[in-house]
Design a protein around this ligand. Structure first.
Ligand code: CDP
Length: 219
């Protein structure tokens, strides 16, 4: 049986670290769905377009090639802001839906060539829209200030120039846009485990997620 784990939540809440540990522990194929929106936004910017132009954004999403997902530029804050804009366009979300659902239903083999035990997808609307019948749903969050501090440190660790006040401002702007859009807004599924990592380290968050998953006797 192929298991599906959906992990949603705002930026820098700790999804990435948690997903990586769960992916390795349960031998799952991972899809970072944010990359799909980042790649779409980036493509629009590269062509000199406006990420808020629905027609242009939808065309970019439809033309997306999975090979573009490994572009390191997608990790920049510029790409994140563009992602947040294109992701509010319903046509963009519709264009990316099949790819995400196919991945969840038929997860690709693991890097070592062995079959995966299932899929783990992280994003904003996996438990609500992409995989509403996922076996496990986690909603990972933390206070805005703590998330901005984490993102600031992450940028510094990557050797990038960052100003904390600017990171906080960008995060608030993106949270507001992601939560208020009408197409699949960022919201916890009613059956998701809510993990507020404000006062948790990575180990504690992982332990809480493991307890929840193990209680379902899926593996
Ligand atoms: O890594 P971080 O949490 O900062 O961002 P991300 O997960 O790469 O997502 C970038 C942007 O894409 C988000 O701010 C959302 O606007 C959008 N997104 C979305 O709308 N739906 C998803 N399933 C994933 C990302």
């Amino acid at each position: 049986m192929s298991i599906v784990i959906a992990v949603d939540g705002p930026a820098a809440a700790g999804k990435g670290t948690l997903v990586k540990r769960l992916e390795e522990h349960f031998k799952l194929s991972k899809l970072d769905t944010g990359l799909l929106y980042r790649a779409t936004g980036w493509k629009v910017l590269a062509d000199g377009g406006d990420p808020e132009d629905a027609e242009v954004a939808e065309a970019a999403a439809r033309a997306l090639d999975p090979a573009e997902l490994s572009n390191p530029d997608l990790r920049t804050d510029e790409a994140a802001q563009a992602a947040s804009k294109v992701s509010a366009v319903p046509g963009v979300r519709a264009a990316l839906l099949d790819f995400q659902r196919d991945f969840a239903q038929k997860p690709p083999h693991l890097a070592d060539g062995s079959p995966a035990h299932g899929a783990i997808l992280d994003g904003r609307d996996i438990g609500t829209t992409v995989c509403p019948s996922a076996d496990v749903k986690l909603f990972v969050t933390a206070s805005t200030e703590i998330r901005a501090k984490r993102r600031f440190k992450e940028l510094q660790d990557r050797g990038l120039d960052a100003i904390y006040a600017r990171v906080l401002e960008d995060m608030k702007e993106r949270d507001e846009r992601d939560s208020s859009r009408s197409a699949s807004p960022l919201v916890a599924a009613s059956d998701a485990l809510l993990l507020d990592t404000s006062d948790m380290d990575a180990e504690q968050a992982y332990a809480a997620a493991l307890d929840f998953i193990n209680s379902k006797n899926l593996f």
